[in-house]
Ligand binder design. Structure first.
Ligand code: GLN
Length: 533
């Protein structure tokens, strides 16, 4: 079978959940036995989201091969269990960078470089890259942004051309919104019609429409949309709000989203797959009534900044038959007097990743409180570094212990800059990124959590490291460095075995927890939190 391309676009408003629809469609096609991948094209000019403030763009997700990407790639992996790579997330910045590099090399032989055809050709080349290289059956391409944005125009032009070239091997699934006007008591389809008209004006006739809605859409209403938009009635799918994003694939399957896409591409539809393990996960999720309260100590009080951590906790919660309620605790508001009060009622604490000075003293106080009160604690990246600093200050007796990131002069730089990082001046893409091996010490808590595995691979995104100069001191005083990188000898996991569950990881386990494969450290952490209830 030739590779088929499904383009997912969005209209009317942003944040409708194109990533969830793309992931769901990917999941459903995968369940039919197809080899699939999902990629995202982001119209912004940044080369990657690595330098973006989480307030602007939510969490930065990291692929195994070390690309800093859009958080939607996290959804792709959590839904399908298929790892993404550098090639799965392309921005306008990267497209332009490629074109400009080629121009400087003289590849264009004296031509005037223009958006059409040079930028659009580069977009087309990148869209087809994965399909050509790995012979996928289906490549789902999500286009970031909303129809009508100036930035997305070259992408839509590229899609128009590809659809023309590929015939039935390419379709467009367009996601829109049907608002409900409470005063009129009516659902309104006009924004959808307008959005489809806009697409048509760009030469793209969508084959499938997915209508996001907070209310059920009647057949009449869907028929009306079909009629106005030149789309088959059965290809107008509704996507109501669900109690969990993980219910969306079932709702899409029930309405035949995957089947209609196959039909439109002349692929035999065949029997509907069972999705057995997926359904059991949702069933278990529903059955889990008992609540577990977990505090997230961090400086960003917005959900998207810690997306993968929240999802990892939810996965592990379900498999431990608990409903995790995550409570955001702003570390900037934590001080010595109120720390107990701020963390009160929590069955466990996650000390979150982050960069820079803001909110770190609150994280250190939280680490001290949970260590001295034996509350299960999971420190991730900067969170682990704060555990290490706290231990140095309060147990090893180095009052001025700090990270080189926050204090460049302290003699007790228990977290230090890596040698190869010292002379780097560029911010973008220059951290220790992607998956590295970690040797786990036999008999440690982490080793138990990993099912007694002694070698694991985890993803990183940081510039600073545990300073091995102090290693013996830590070991002697009860904080053990139980995870080490075999090549560089960098410390990857610390734990205090004397406590119930006090583990910090320099890596980000949250990037690799999926619905069908929860991360072992989160599983073990959640189990410890249950024990603490
Ligand atoms: N700021 C820290 C570092 O660069 C931690 C980064 C993180 O938490 N992702 O090492």
């Amino acid at each position: 079978m030739e590779t088929k391309y499904i383009f997912v676009t969005g209209g009317v408003a942003s944040s409708l959940g194109k990533g969830i629809i793309s992931s769901s469609l990917g999941k459903l096609l995968q369940a039919r036995g197809y080899n699939i991948t999902i990629q995202k094209f982001d119209p912004y000019i940044n080369i990657d989201p690595g330098t973006l403030n989480p307030y602007e763009h939510g969490e930065c997700y990291v692929t195994v091969d070390g690309q800093e990407t859009d958080l939607d790639l996290g959804h792709y992996e959590r839904f399908t269990g298929i790892q993404t790579t550098r090639a799965n997330n392309i921005t306008t910045g990267r497209i332009y960078q490629n074109v400009i590099d080629k121009e400087r090399r003289g590849d264009y032989l004296g031509k005037t470089i223009q958006v059409v055809p040079h930028i659009t050709d580069e977009i087309k080349r990148n869209i087809k890259l994965m399909g050509q290289k790995y012979k996928f059956d289906f490549v789902i391409t999500e286009i970031g942004g909303t129809i009508g944005d100036i930035e997305s125009q070259p992408f839509l032009e590229a899609i128009r051309q590809l659809r023309w070239e590929m015939g039935r091997n390419a379709i467009n699934v367009h996601l829109t919104y049907v608002p409900y006007l409470a005063a009129a008591g009516e659902l309104k389809t006009k924004p959808t019609q307008t959005s489809v008209k806009q697409l048509q004006g760009l030469g793209i006739q969508p084959e499938v429409l997915v209508l996001r809605t907070e209310h059920h859409l009647s057949d009449d209403l869907r028929r009306k949309v079909a009629h106005f938009c030149n789309v088959d009635f059965e290809a107008v799918i509704q996507s109501p709000d669900m109690p969990s994003i993980y219910e969306v694939p079932l709702s899409m399957q029930q309405q035949g989203l995957d089947a209609i896409c196959l039909k439109k591409m002349d692929v035999e539809v065949g029997p509907t797959p069972e999705l057995g393990p997926w359904r059991s996960f949702l069933e278990r999720r529903k059955q889990a009534k008992e609540i577990l309260d977990i505090g997230l100590v961090g400086k960003y009080d917005l959900q998207d900044a810690y997306k993968s951590i929240l999802e990892s906790l939810a996965h592990a919660g379900t498999y431990n038959d608990r409903k995790v309620h995550a409570h955001f605790i702003n570390s900037e508001h934590i001080n010595r007097d109120n720390v107990g009060e701020k963390l009160a009622g929590m069955d466990g604490i996650v000390i979150c990743p982050g960069f820079g000075q803001r909110g770190i003293e609150g994280k250190i106080l939280a680490a001290e409180y949970t260590r001295t009160h034996d509350i299960p604690t999971f420190g991730i990246c900067l969170g682990m570094q704060m555990m290490v600093i706290e231990f140095a200050r309060n147990v090893l007796g180095f009052a001025d212990a700090n990270s080189r990131e926050m204090d460049s002069k302290t003699p007790h730089n228990v977290i230090d800059i890596m040698e190869e990082q010292k002379n780097i001046t560029q911010m973008g893409g220059t951290m220790r990124l992607g998956a590295y091996e970690c040797e786990v010490r036999k008999g440690s808590r982490a080793w138990e959590a990993y099912g007694e595995q002694t070698l694991v691979r985890e993803r990183h995104r940081h510039r600073y490291e545990f300073n091995n100069k102090f290693l013996a001191d830590y070991e002697a005083h009860g904080m053990h460095c139980v995870g080490r990188n075999p090549e560089a000898d960098l410390v990857e996991i610390v734990e205090i075995p004397e406590l119930r569950w006090y583990i910090g990881t320099q890596f980000h386990p949250e990037y690799s927890s999926t619905v069908l494969k929860p991360h072992p450290l989160f599983m073990s952490f959640v189990a410890a939190c249950i024990g603490n209830k």
